[in-house]
Design a binder for this molecule. Structure first.
Ligand SMILES: [Fe+2]
Length: 272
């Protein structure tokens, strides 16, 4: 009996030591990436072409918790983001949860290596100002350790989708999701069959078109939403960003957030 207890205690202490060392290594790595990325923000300035006044969307956001803006950035800038995203497809993590989601995702950490322009967009003070004005409160990027703070979502195989869900908030302040459509096309050249939908409380579905260069700002904890399935030959790529009014969290919420992220990035999300 004592032998088993001692063996279990030794095993637990070894696992804890390995985990603590791994977490220290991860913190150092993420801190280094955070220092380096300022160069990307400076090197890839965002060129917004929309003439919409962001303040004019604040009332609609307050009422609906979602707004949509077409032709947000310049065509050349959009093309550069799309090219980065397409080059990154081999580095994306495939995911498949029967009946809930199927697709590929490039994590925040990998975006630091493969998509510096997308990284620059997420951290652009100009974009922060837009989102802040629309949602009516100062927002900040969510933490570096959250792999969904910035991600590239790619639906390129038949049946890729995500079913009805809320974007759960694991932070102290209100949490907002921003989607920028980088590509959305069918094999024949028109728009793909995959649409962004919002479910209204009365059960009605509302389609929010995501033609390329459309930006959607919404509060995912209040908006039940989904992306309907792609068909053969479709290509749909979204830059997905999350911002928060207060990005502090606690141990329990952090653990819950990691469990959620296993659906996108696999089991490593629990300790990475
Ligand atoms: Fe979502």
């Amino acid at each position: 009996m004592w032998r088993w207890a001692i063996a279990a205690a030794v095993l637990i202490s070894i696992l804890l030591t390995v985990l603590i060392r791994h977490r220290r290594h991860r913190r150092r790595l993420l801190a280094e990436l955070a220092i380096q990325r300022q160069g990307d923000v400076d090197q890839y300035p965002v060129t917004i072409q929309s003439t919409v006044e962001p303040g004019s969307l604040a009332e609609a956001f307050k009422r609906e918790y979602i707004v949509r803006i077409e032709n947000f950035v310049s065509p050349e800038y959009l093309q550069s983001l799309r090219a980065e995203a397409e080059r990154s497809v081999p580095y994306m993590t495939p995911s498949f949860i029967p009946t809930h989601k199927k697709g590929r995702t490039l994590s925040y950490e990998k975006i630091h290596s493969h998509a510096p322009g997308c990284l620059g967009f997420y951290h652009s003070p100009v974009v922060h100002e837009w989102v802040t004005t629309i949602v009516g409160m100062p927002v900040f990027p969510t933490p570096d350790g959250d792999q969904s703070s910035l991600s590239i979502l790619c639906y390129k195989e038949k049946g890729d989708h995500i079913n009805w869900h809320y974007d759960h908030n694991f932070y102290r302040g209100r949490h907002f999701t921003v989607l920028l459509s980088l590509a959305n096309e069918s094999a024949t050249g028109g728009l793909s069959q995959s649409n962004y939908l919002k479910k209204h409380p009365d059960g009605q579905d509302q389609v929010f078109g995501t033609s390329p260069n459309t930006m959607i700002v919404f509060e995912g904890a209040r908006v039940l939403h989904k992306a309907s399935p792609t068909t053969e030959g479709d290509l749909r790529i979204m830059l997905s960003m999350t911002y928060c009014a207060d990005p502090r969290t606690n141990v329990l919420k952090e653990f819950a957030r990691r469990v959620k992220d296993t659906a996108f990035y696999g089991i490593r999300a629990l300790w990475d």
